[in-house]
Design a protein around this ligand. Structure first.
Ligand SMILES: NC(=O)c1ccc[n+]([C@@H]2O[C@H](COP(=O)([O-])OP(=O)(O)OC[C@H]3O[C@@H](n4cnc5c(N)ncnc54)[C@H](OP(=O)(O)O)[C@@H]3O)[C@@H](O)[C@H]2O)c1
Length: 228
């Protein structure tokens, strides 16, 4: 387990429906839901991005949402965009490979060399972290030690959220609650991954704050890991 000092402070921030979903249905872009965020909440999201050294989303969110992950609605510097993509098969026309902010794609040692070179040719950095898949604790250590990332925010999706929580790499969670129910047993929710078997495996949170931002409820939690 990477010690807390060897990694950035990590905030997980997400827009979720009242039934805990991140999008309308499996495979749908969360940009559709995000259209319903209050303007004040969009400003909160972009202000938070500007306060962080780096922002990370999973490769599947890039494939589905084609996110920019930049600071656009407030003044401020866009953070380093970090995308874990084990085999380096991120679409080369993805918006995160544009030049409007720096980007690092995290891959594993098994990633094809030509795909790595194609990413580098787009101007992005490539971080090799792990043999057969991206090892998130190692990636966190590299981001801190080689890229000077002290504060990282992650914006999903559920697969990345699950692995970051499972590896005990998340310190805080901030949720923007959208007043909708979308349903669907396979609709992506805040945290995907495996089921737990006992209550001992529940990840405990401590509610820090809740407030209205425009018309949206925002809640903030600390993550309590028993071993930290
Ligand atoms: N409402 C919101 O705030 C919000 C935010 C983000 C996303 N979303 C939604 O979430 C959905 C996508 O979520 P998703 O769960 O399918 O995908 P995801 O979490 O965005 O990405 C998961 C992918 O990241 C790559 N990855 C590489 N190393 C990893 C590691 N160690 N741990 C975890 N992932 C790793 C893997 O792809 P490779 O196999 O290619 O390496 C993996 O399949 C979309 O519908 C999107 O709209 C909503």
């Amino acid at each position: 387990m990477t010690q807390r000092t060897n990694r950035p402070h990590v905030l997980m921030m997400s827009e979720i429906t009242a039934d805990g979903k991140l999008t309308l249905r499996k495979g749908a872009s969360s940009k559709i839901l995000m259209k319903y965020m209050a303007h004040e909440t969009e400003l909160l999201l972009h202000t938070t991005r500007a306060e962080y050294d780096a922002i990370m989303v999973g490769a599947n969110t890039i494939r589905i949402d084609n996110s920019f992950l930049t600071v656009r609605y407030v003044q401020g510097k866009s953070p380093l965009r970090v995308i874990p993509c084990s085999m380096a098969d991120i679409p080369l026309d993805a918006n995160v490979l544009g030049t409007d902010a720096p980007t690092a794609i995290a891959v594993c040692e098994a990633a094809p060399k030509e795909k790595i070179e194609a990413i580098k040719a787009k101007g992005a950095s490539v971080i090799v972290a792990g043999k057969t898949h991206v090892e998130l604790p190692l990636l966190m250590q590299i981001l801190k030690e080689q890229f000077g990332v002290n504060k990282l925010m992650i914006e999903g999706g559920p697969t990345l959220n699950f692995h970051m929580l499972h590896d005990q790499l998340v310190d805080e969670i901030r949720l923007i609650h959208l007043p909708f129910i979308v349903g669907g047993s396979d609709t992506p929710s805040l945290v995907g991954g495996m089921h737990i078997n006992t209550e001992d495996e529940m990840i405990r949170l401590s509610l820090k704050k809740f407030y209205l931002c425009g018309s949206n409820l925002v809640s903030e939690f600390d993550v309590l890991y028993s071993e930290v």
